[in-house]
Design a protein around this ligand. Structure first.
Ligand code: FPP
Length: 243
């Protein structure tokens, strides 16, 4: 890929969020079971994490399992949970060795006990790392996250620990799962679908959105570089006007 001279010195996006879509279509195009697409998808996760480190990205957030994904057939849900379990067991040592801080967002309560323990272990083992922050969204849904924040704020107002007048956008941010994470500069969705699917709806207010045709298992460093290059060509005005 040709890199423009102006891009060579452009600051990379601080935070990239990705909706990893197209695993099923990747598999069916090859006459393989859907789980094969998810397996290749997990390998693409490895590649993208490494590429983000190379490109100097500070935060990467991946949508691994939405709160609506429970509606898939139980065998596919089991496959996705098994993959997550496998990823947590196999990758954490390497992620830790590469100074990656791992965090999870979403409602963990319905997840299996052993997956919850592996998540706790991954978060605590890597909590002091200072390189890439990798956030994995599991059983995550933005509506649920925002509703949870509203309820916690209502409780805080009712018990007097928070006054109504002090609720600003910054305060609201602190009640979301993504607390202490800057909003994504860039959202990428693969597979040609053009929707947000209940992902980071509050946080994406001013993000640049890039929809790519590549299916997630085919996503490599090249696709990431293409997306970053397109991002550099965007004019981010945050509702203001250029002088
Ligand atoms: C969407 O493709 C993808 C998912 C619902 C799961 C994403 C999971 C992975 C990439 C692997 C596991 C991740 C980690 C972090 C271990 P789809 O199945 O909806 O594809 P389709 O739209 O083509 O059917």
């Amino acid at each position: 890929m040709q890199v423009l001279e102006s891009e060579q010195f452009a600051k990379p996006p601080t935070h990239i969020a990705i909706i990893m879509d197209g695993n099923g279509r990747w598999a069916s195009a090859r006459g393989l079971p859907r789980v094969a697409g998810h397996q290749r998808g997990a390998e693409a996760v490895r590649v993208v994490v490494e590429s983000c480190r190379d490109l100097g990205i500070s935060y990467l957030t991946l949508y691994a399992f939405s709160s609506e994904n429970w509606n898939r057939p139980p065998s596919e849900v089991d496959d996705l949970m098994a993959l997550l379990r496998h990823y947590l067991r196999r990758e954490i040592v390497e992620l830790h060795g590469n100074n990656v801080r791992v965090r999870f967002i979403g409602n963990r309560a319905p997840l299996a006990q052993d997956i919850n323990s592996l998540i706790d272990e991954a978060e605590s083992k890597t909590s002091d790392n200072s390189g890439l922050t990798l956030t994995i969204a599991v059983n995550y849904g933005s509506h649920n996250e925002i509703l949870g924040a509203c309820k916690s704020i209502a409780v805080a107002v009712a018990d007097g620990s928070l006054s109504l007048d002090s609720i600003t956008e910054e305060v609201f941010d602190r009640y979301l799962d993504t607390v202490n994470t800057p909003p994504p500069d860039l959202l990428i969705r693969t597979s040609g679908e053009k929707r947000l699917s209940n992902f980071l709806l509050w946080q994406l207010a001013y993000s640049e959105l890039i929809f790519m045709d590549a299916l997630w298992p085919d996503f490599t460093k090249r696709q990431l570089e293409e997306a970053v290059s397109e991002y550099h060509g965007r004019d981010r005005r945050y509702g203001a006007r250029n002088a």
